[in-house]
Design a protein around this ligand. Structure first.
Ligand SMILES: *Cc1c(COP(=O)(O)O)cnc(C)c1O
Length: 370
């Protein structure tokens, strides 16, 4: 293992194909504020994803912050400690108190069975994450939300293109938020979106992402600048032509990993059991006590060999200093997440990763200490 292999490498379309898009932007001189490529990408994405309304954003984090603002969420929001920090940060940016609930050991998503006990009179919403693009138990979550009159905003940053039996996973809850960051399966370098169920909500979101302006002279809310530029939107239009190809290649790699790691003692590959169509955005494995060395030992050995996996998600969000003091951050409240964060490793997966490298990684993992 001589070459350095990272957990992901962004997909880029051929550069020459992007030139005509740039020429168009240079010719019409519309650079942002809902230009032609912005409109085209919104339409193309809602067709591709099978969703009704989509509002593009400069990134997924500002989209999360705006989603909470759009639904006027306040007080306390129940969320998962097992995610990227942006999930909880979006709550703090709205002056909301995060309340962490433990995860399901099979899906790594919020455990609905533990939700109700965390609800207080201050609770106004739930923010679950479709971790690794594996769908949450959306029905159980909605049932609780309906019973207690809570909003549901999904952090769907990992879930581009994921479908359950009824269609896009993004149709669930009040809103879903996507990220198009360079590391995600569909990227616009930086970018994001909110999926909303009706035109009126999209309109409010569109106002909020443009400082709250509804016309030249009227500002209706303390909005933010969350607009996606024409450069990023044009790139998105081009990237979308390649996304099926990208997902197909990711699926192939996922298959090689599963075949080669099957039967390796102490290694469990996570299954995306609730998805009808997955997106193979990550390849997480769980390294348990039956494996000869610890997760961190394997992590370091792989790194020495030029393979750079990631410990997604370690540490837990609840372990960072700005969250540590919360009651719900106590380890006793989060036993499953606390133990899994020590055992998980996300292996490299991206379209340009050669099968031989995947095989080599698997041989390396299978050979440790046996
Ligand atoms: C990437 C990511 C985000 C943030 O998205 P950006 O577009 O990078 O701002 C939020 N939540 C999760 C779970 C993510 O993985």
């Amino acid at each position: 293992m001589k070459n350095i292999t990272y957990v992901t490498q962004p997909f880029l379309p051929p550069l020459e194909e992007f030139i005509p898009y740039l020429e168009k932007i240079w010719a019409n001189k519309v650079l942002t504020n809902g230009g032609p490529f912005h409109q085209e990408l919104e339409q193309a994405l809602s067709d591709h994803l099978g969703v009704k309304h989509i509002a593009l954003f400069t990134n997924g984090t500002i989209a999360l912050v705006t989603a909470l603002l759009a639904l006027r969420v306040t007080g306390e929001v129940i969320t998962t400690p097992y995610s990227f920090v942006a999930t909880s940060h979006s709550l703090l940016w709205n002056g909301i108190k995060p309340v962490f609930v433990d995860i399901d050991p099979n899906t790594f998503n919020l455990d609905p069975a533990k939700l109700e006990a965390a609800i207080t009179p201050q609770t106004t919403a739930i923010m679950p994450v479709h971790c690794y693009g594996h769908p949450c138990d959306v029905e159980a979550i909605q049932k609780i939300a309906d019973n207690y009159n809570l909003r549901v905003i999904y952090d769907a940053a990992h879930a581009f293109g994921v479908q359950d039996a009824g269609g896009s996973i993004l149709r669930h809850g009040d809103l879903s938020v996507l990220s198009f960051h360079a590391t995600k399966v569909f990227n616009t370098f930086e970018g994001g979106a909110i999926i909303c169920p009706d035109a009126k909500t999209k309109q409010r979101i569109d106002h909020l992402k443009n400082f709250g302006f509804v016309d030249d002279v009227t500002v209706v809310a303390p909005g933010i600048n969350g607009k996606m530029s024409e450069f990023n939107a044009a790139l998105g239009v081009l990237q979308l032509k390649y996304v099926d190809q990208v997902l197909a290649r990711r699926k192939e790699i996922d298959g090689v990993y599963r075949k080669r790691l099957d039967g390796v003692k102490g290694i469990r590959c996570l299954n995306n059991a609730h998805a009808k169509v997955g997106n193979y955005s990550y390849f997480p494995i769980v390294i348990d006590v039956n494996y000869p060395i610890s997760r961190d030992e394997l992590f370091n050995k792989l790194k020495d060999g030029g393979i750079h996996p990631r410990r997604y998600f370690y540490p837990l969000i609840s372990e960072f200093s700005m969250y540590r003091g919360l009651n719900s951050s106590k380890k006793e409240n989060l036993p499953i997440a606390t133990s899994l964060t020590q055992q998980v490793l996300c292996l490299p997966i991206y379209p340009d990763l050669a099968n031989e490298v995947v095989e080599e990684i698997c041989r390396f993992i299978a050979a440790q200490g046996f």
